[in-house]
Structures are given as C-alpha cells and as structure tokens.
Design a protein around this ligand. Structure first.
Ligand code: PAF
Length: 286
C-alpha cells in the first residue's frame, strides 16, 4: 500500500492507474476508522480495480467551538487497518497543502444544506463540499463511496457531482451499527461507558418511528413527539438538537409522510454530537 501525503504524487498515482485502465474506487474519511469505514472500503474493492482512502480531518467543516482539535486521530492504526483491508493507497495530505495561504474559492450549496445539520452547523457543508470537490480533483476516482449515516452529506455530494459535472459515480451504503443499534461513528470513541450505553436509545427512537409508519401513522408531528418522549424518558437529561422528518430527495420537511422520507436526528450525549437516521416509505419502512 502506498502512503501518500503529496497532492501531486496522489494525482500522478491516479493518472498512472488510469493509463493502465484501472477503475479507481475512493473512500474519503477523516480517519479514526471503524467498521462503517471498512464496509465502504470493501464495497470500493468490489466495484473498482484499485482503492484509495483519504484520511484528512478537514478543518473547514468544523465551526468555531466545535471539536476539530479534539476529533479522534490515530494515523498508525488507520494505516494498519487500510493495509489489512487491501487498500492500494492512503492519501493523508497536510492542512497547509490543502488550504495554502491565500486560498479563497469554496463550494456553497443553498437548498439541501439549509436544514438538518446545516441549520445548527453554519458553514459545515460548505467545508464538506469544498474538500470533497478538491479530493475528487486530486484522487480522480471513478466511484466514491459514502455512508448513509451522513444522509444529508451523501445527498449533497450527489448534487455536487451533478451540478459541477464531476465525472464521479456516487455510491451510498447502509449505516453499519453496533450490536445494540448505535450507528458506528468515530465520535463514539469519546463516549464514557455510561453514555455509550445510553446512546443506543437514539436508534431505539428511530426504530419506534419506523414501526409507527409501518403501523399506518403518517403525521410527522406525532412521530416526532413520540420519539422525543421516548428519548427523554429513557435518558434525560439529553440535548436533542433536532428530530426532523423530511422528503428523502429534497430534504424539505413534510407534515404527512407520503413518499420516501428521511427521519433524522442529532443529539449531544456526554459532549459528543451524534447523528442518525432511517428512511421510511409509506407501506413499509425501508
Ligand atoms: O464524512 C466524513 O468523514 C467527512 O465529512 C468527509 C466526507 C471525509 C469530508 O471531510
């Protein structure tokens, strides 16, 4: 496995792969890899001839007071996991190379990023889309693989490649969960054992929402209220940042569930901001 930090070396490596007719699969990450990332890497290996993984804690997607400095990092372990997973190259650029003195162009999106995490994290998705566009231009992937846990991010990246005509196919994979249902996330590492146990309640609330839709409930307000009550009764005090029920494609809030609908939430538990979601469709949860 190549371990690359230089932007030009990464691009040269990808160009050489392309000359050999190899299809490049790409998994962008911020490191501190877990089973969810490994599932994305396995998928990339399945659908491409070579796989590149970027490991870059992107400062521009963290707001002031967020956890950029505290974001968990372990490059040695990540390197070993990538090697064991059969990755062909890891790309770990330096912040000053990705954002050199004087950089000023960034990617903004105004519609899909307005709600959900975009509302509570102003500028976050601009940082995500900017770095993803840069990474695509450096790694030159044929296919990039993202996780459904970050549903809004995945939807935005799909829009990015359409609107900017980027020749990259986007695959989005189902969330990988711990045995108790908690969505795998690098931030779970920051939970105390007590908070880690409590955190599974979030997925419990999403499962209740799915069951309610299966049982015929269509009113978003009733589903949201039920989830909130369930979470607060199981683990108060908890800071629920949002519970939103939105059209899965437009991300616009819906009052009545009729089409494929995303039920998404964010909550602060013990200082860690956790997000999770499920998609439901009338007639049955997905
Ligand atoms: O999902 C993530 O880990 C990040 O948002 C991404 C896509 C690697 C961009 O920094």
């Amino acid at each position: 496995m190549k371990n690359i930090s230089s932007i030009s070396e990464m691009r040269q490596t990808s160009l050489a792969w392309k000359r050999e007719g190899k299809r490049i699969g790409f998994v962008p990450t911020m490191g501190f890899l877990h089973g969810g990332h490994l599932a994305l890497i396995r998928k990339a290996r399945e659908i491409a001839d070579v796989v590149a993984v970027s490991i870059f804690v992107n400062p521009t997607q963290f707001g002031p007071g967020e956890d950029y400095e505290r974001y968990p990092r372990d490059l040695e372990r990540d390197t070993r996991l990538c090697e064991e997973a059969g990755v062909d190259a890891i790309f770990c650029p330096r912040v000053e190379d990705m954002y050199p003195e004087g950089w000023s162009v960034h990617v903004d999106e105004a519609r899909l990023s307005a709600g959900l995490c975009g509302r509570s994290r102003p500028g976050h998705f601009s940082g995500v889309l900017t770095v993803v566009a840069k990474l695509f231009n450096i790694v030159l992937p044929d296919t990039a693989v993202f996780g459904e846990k970050d549903a809004q991010q995945a939807r935005l990246v799909r829009q990015l490649v359409v609107d900017l005509n980027l020749p990259v196919r986007i695959r989005v994979l189902a969330t990988v969960r711990e045995p108790d249902g908690l969505a795998m996330s690098s931030r779970n590492a920051r939970l105390s054992p007590g908070d880690r146990k409590r955190a599974a309640v979030l997925y419990g609330a999403l499962c209740r929402a799915q069951a309610a839709v299966r049982g015929g409930e269509r009113r978003s307000s009733a589903i949201r209220e039920n989830m909130r009550t369930f979470i607060l009764s199981a683990m108060a005090p908890v800071d629920i940042e949002y519970i939103e029920i939105v059209d899965a494609e437009t991300l616009v809030p819906v009052d009545v569930i009729e089409n494929a609908t995303l039920i998404a939430m964010a909550a602060m538990i013990g200082g860690a901001r956790l997000i999770d979601n499920v998609t439901v469709a009338p007639g049955g949860a997905r």
